[in-house]
Design a protein around this ligand. Structure first.
Ligand SMILES: [Zn+2]
Length: 247
């Protein structure tokens, strides 16, 4: 039960968006104010040796005469070279922080339109987590085309089409090579976007064969008898043939 409660707490914390202004209410390492995750998770190695684990943002910098912030991350030992490189990365990230004197730090709730916390929005997010990009429901489940197109788009969006990388996760073994270009590994992004073959398709689409493709797509969308037996796997694995020589 305690694990469950601690998971809910973690989710609750994920739902808070911090707006750092004067930095007096937000913990530098422990609150997710600069990125989606707290800095202790982004730079775990530095956090492990930080002397300032519990400090607020405002305790971590001084304002120079020029108005620039001078960050003072204290560590409990000398840093190794690779840790110094991490500090450089951290300082580069900190550059985006815009100090606003007199303006209190703010917090808002990400998962509710009104930006204020509600148990319902927290519960909804635990049961149906949102990705950072909202799911394009209207674009995918549109009534303007057949459900099988929507279904395919949905599978693509969820990276669930049976490209070889997915098949390997399901236990199929063998070298993963794109069937179409024989150069790279087969994955949804490669197959549909980056493969030389896919690139040619996009190029052609944008040039003069729109009509031919429309016709072929129309056959498919209409659910012509010949297409009924075709599986997603066949469609993906053999779409070069399917495209040029439909069943
Ligand atoms: Zn390829």
């Amino acid at each position: 039960m305690w694990r469950g409660i601690s998971n809910v707490k973690k989710k609750y914390i994920e739902g808070i968006r911090y707006q750092a202004c004067n930095g007096i209410k937000i913990k530098f390492w422990l609150d997710p104010w600069l990125k989606d995750k707290p800095l202790c998770d982004v730079f775990p190695g530095l956090f492990a040796v930080a002397n300032t684990k519990d400090f607020f943002i405002a305790d971590m910098f001084e304002i120079e005469e020029s108005g620039r912030l001078s960050w003072n991350c204290q560590f409990n030992r000398r840093l190794y070279d690779y840790e110094i490189r991490e500090v450089v990365r951290l300082l580069a990230d900190l550059d985006v922080f815009c100090f606003e004197d007199g303006e209190d730090d703010g917090r808002e709730w990400k998962w509710n339109k009104g930006k204020s916390f509600s148990v319902k929005s927290c519960y909804n997010n635990i049961t149906h987590p949102q990705s950072s990009t909202p799911f394009p429901v209207d674009k995918i489940w549109s009534k303007e085309w057949s459900q099988r197109v929507s279904f395919f788009l949905w599978l693509v969006y969820k990276l669930r089409i049976l490209t070889y990388d997915s098949l390997m996760k399901k236990g199929r073994y063998g070298p993963n090579v794109c069937y179409m270009c024989l150069k790279k590994e087969e994955s949804v992004n490669h197959t549909l976007l980056h493969c030389d073959f896919a690139q040619n398709i996009w190029r052609m689409l944008l040039l003069e064969v729109v009509d031919k493709i429309k016709l072929m797509m129309a056959f498919w969308v209409e659910g012509r008898e010949e297409f009924r037996g075709v599986s997603i796997e066949q469609m993906v694995v053999n779409w070069k043939e399917m495209f040029y020589d439909p069943p």
